[in-house]
Design a protein around this ligand. Structure first.
Ligand code: SF4
Ligand code: SF4
Length: 328
């Protein structure tokens, strides 16, 4: 890894905890040459090429694969419970997949903080989940499994439709809030002895509702209020600025070999990817003059949702396995 990429990697970890990405101080020479070449390209030629790319039909290949996976995983819980076939028992917080215990990392942490000691049985299930999501990309849990993500994605579509009609305006919040919430929920568990976060987690609420078919009135009102807030006030508020699960899996994503990779040479910097991304701070590298190398891995806060891969007209963003192969 080049020195410029090493620095960027550290910046992206800081960005995950809420820091704003900065203009890079060091850009590899080969990347500088590409930036310069782009600067010298005839402006009319570039505009025509951009227009042609923009006009190209968009596809939803990765989004469709992801939605299908998310629905199937959650349905497997339902089928296992309803038919008592014991393939995937429990809910997303704690489950058993053909005998293997799986405990959500955040839930395990909350339980241990509430009980104030390390519970060995929980550690085994947690380690399995940590290894699983390390291999599969950390926050890919969010976009490929979390049922609230799907609801929020649909709410986001309504928000964007209303925003296009100038009926609502997104009001971004300081991203450091998510790290603050992570600490607050951990402290609440430690001080009260209750897993407070579990009671309000829309991930757990929606997962249990899908499986067991019942939701208390307050839980229904809470999830609905979150979605209404996201539609009318703050785009993707919960996932962007509050959910500690997303941050925990983001930390796992630091070590994951599965990521999105950016190629500078083919990019027109029109920014379509940043418009669809849940975490646009990870895509600051696509801004003109920002890429520190000719190929740049996207940071750990990326949910590996594939929306940018679908929307990029030049194929400059692709799934990639570190040191192995290009998937798309
Ligand atoms: S940030 Fe939280 S609620 Fe959003 S998708 Fe991830 S786990 Fe689900
Ligand atoms: S960078 Fe791409 S894959 Fe990652 S969260 Fe954003 S849109 Fe999804």
């Amino acid at each position: 890894m080049s020195e410029a990429l090493r620095r960027r990697f550290k910046e992206q970890i800081k960005a995950m905890f809420g820091a704003e990405p900065q203009k890079p101080a060091l850009i590899e020479e080969r990347a500088q040459k590409v930036h310069e070449l782009k600067r010298l390209t005839n402006k009319a030629e570039l505009a025509a090429a951009k227009e042609a790319h923009r006009a190209r039909a968009k596809h939803h290949r990765w989004r469709n694969r992801r939605w299908l996976t998310l629905i199937l995983v959650n349905l497997l819980f339902v089928v296992s419970f309803q038919l008592d076939i014991q393939i995937l028992e429990g809910a997303l917080t704690a489950s058993r997949f053909i005998g293997f215990h799986l405990i959500d990392l955040n839930s395990a942490l909350q339980v241990m903080l509430a009980h104030k000691h390390i519970i060995t049985n929980l550690l085994i299930g947690t380690a399995t989940v940590a290894v699983l999501w390390l291999l599969l990309g950390g926050r890919s849990f969010c976009s490929w499994v979390c049922p609230y993500h799907l609801l929020a994605e649909w709410a986001e579509k309504i928000h964007l439709w209303l925003a296009a009609k100038k009926l609502v305006v997104d009001q971004p919040i300081d991203r450091r809030l998510r790290s603050a919430f992570w600490v607050v929920f951990a402290l609440l568990a430690l001080l009260t002895g209750y897993t407070v976060y579990e009671a309000i987690s829309p991930t757990g609420i929606v997962s249990r509702t899908i499986i067991y078919g019942a939701m208390s009135l307050w839980a229904f009102v809470w999830v609905l209020a979150l979605l209404v807030f996201e539609i009318f006030f703050v785009r993707r508020a919960w996932c962007r600025y509050a959910c500690p699960i997303g941050l925990t899996y983001g930390v796992i994503g630091i070590f994951s070999p599965l990521r999105i990779k950016y190629t500078l040479a083919t990019c027109f910097h029109e920014g379509e990817c940043r418009k669809v991304c849940l975490v646009p701070h990870v895509l600051d590298t696509v801004i003109k003059g920002r890429a520190v190398d000719i190929e740049v891995p996207i940071g750990p806060d990326c949910t590996r949702c594939g929306l940018c891969v679908d929307v990029c007209p030049t194929g400059s963003l692709k799934f990639d396995i570190k040191g192995l192969s290009k998937l798309m």
